[in-house]
Design a protein around this ligand. Structure first.
Ligand code: SAH
Ligand code: SF4
Length: 357
């Protein structure tokens, strides 16, 4: 009898234990540490086949071989920007392509991962929105982006931050997101600190409400982008269902660990969101919350209907916030020349770029 094999990287350690129990594999299920060992091989030693799991007995390996497989993803293209950031296009088994961006900083590196192929949220200013939602990524595909980038950049040690700011709305793929976070933060898995993981949402309220009470306390980022309902609804259709008042209320109820803040992302669009009046309203809107604001000058593309703010206007906007004691880094968009910056992760819309590798 041919059994359908399971992708082992879609299993959390707990799932794996349960599977062994349910499928009556007493050799494994009576030894809970087996799942720990398997996890270490997969995520710390990064082996890609069961026969390399040396401290796991022959019998167990055979069971694994018969019921599971280890998959990895291949980078199909990479584009290096002048500022050092690298965009990877990663090929999925069904021939879809997702994008993952590596962002080097002075002392550490950040990796920006995708959670879906495309996105259903339809934000008016975002290139990924133009693809529509093709499908969700499974936990294995979320995690394997990190493996794939690490493999390509063996010298890039110290990937310190993981941000879910690539393609897709992570909270629209909640179950798989949470499973991926569990594997990433598992001490026997990636053992990545939850403090170094940030999930960015366009504002799916029901999920914001439950995310704060999950056992994995990753950081929350909320894409705000408009300070009035009229402007935010124009930019982000999600605002029709969950307007600013509801969003801010949910943020004020979000449980924060000490020293943590909610990050609000605020895209500066010329003539629409970049006035000093907007800055004033932004402060009013967020009054009473523990937050910081990432200011992102809009990345325009040849086909976009909005314009980037002038550098002077962006700086004035920032200065107004800083003068009011607000933490407001102005994100000089990394990777603009490779269309790897925020909102530009749309595979079919690649501009002519500097193809280095
Ligand atoms: N879907 C999630 C995460 C991915 S988008 C979310 O919306 O939060 C990551 C960030 O890029 C968001 O804050 C979004 O507002 C911003 N963004 C999208 N398109 C952009 C563009 N063209 N220029 C600058 N920022 C953009
Ligand atoms: Fe989706 Fe985020 Fe783009 Fe909106 S900004 S379409 S939620 S990826």
């Amino acid at each position: 009898m041919v059994t359908k094999r399971n992708n082992i990287k879609n299993f959390t350690r707990q799932n794996l234990r349960e599977w062994f129990k349910k499928n009556e594999k007493p050799q494994i299920s009576t030894k809970p540490f087996r799942a720990d060992q398997i996890f270490k091989w997969l995520y710390q030693k990064r082996v890609e086949s069961f026969d390399k799991m040396l401290n796991i007995g022959q019998g167990t390996r055979e069971i694994l071989e018969n019921h599971f497989y280890v998959c990895s993803l291949k980078v199909s293209n990479k584009f290096k920007s002048r500022d050092g950031s690298i965009k990877f296009q990663i090929l999925l088994d069904d021939s879809n392509i997702i994008e993952t961006v590596f962002l080097p900083h002075k002392n550490h590196n950040t990796i920006c991962v995708s959670s879906q192929v495309g996105c259903a949220m339809g934000c008016d200013f975002c290139m990924t929105a133009k693809m529509g939602l093709i499908r969700n990524l499974n936990p294995s595909e979320i995690i394997n982006q990190i493996f794939a980038v690490r493999k390509e950049l063996p010298n890039a040690k110290n990937i310190r931050n993981i941000v879910f700011m690539g393609m897709g709305e992570p909270f629209h793929n909640y179950k798989n997101l949470m499973q991926a976070l569990e594997i990433l933060t598992d001490e026997h898995g990636f053992n990545f600190s939850h403090r170094r993981i940030t999930v960015s949402t366009s504002g799916l309220l029901p999920k914001i409400k439950i995310f704060g009470f999950e056992k994995i306390k990753a950081n929350l980022a909320v894409s705000l982008n408009g300070v009035t309902n009229a402007v935010r609804t124009k930019l982000m259709p999600v605002n029709k269902s969950y307007n600013l008042e509801k969003l801010i209320k949910a943020c004020s109820e979000f449980p924060l660990e000490s020293r943590k803040r909610i990050t609000f992302e605020y895209v500066l669009i010329r003539g629409l969101t970049d006035s000093i009046e907007d800055a004033k309203n932004l402060i009013k809107l967020l009054h009473g919350l523990k937050f910081k604001i990432n200011l992102i000058p809009y990345n325009s593309t040849p086909s976009s209907k909005y314009d980037s703010p002038s550098p002077e206007q962006a700086r004035m906007f920032q200065k107004y916030l800083l003068d009011h004691k607000i933490i407001a880094p102005l994100r000089i968009s990394k990777g603009q020349d490779i269309q790897g910056a925020c909102g530009q992760l749309a595979v079919e819309n690649m501009r002519r770029i500097e193809y280095l590798i």
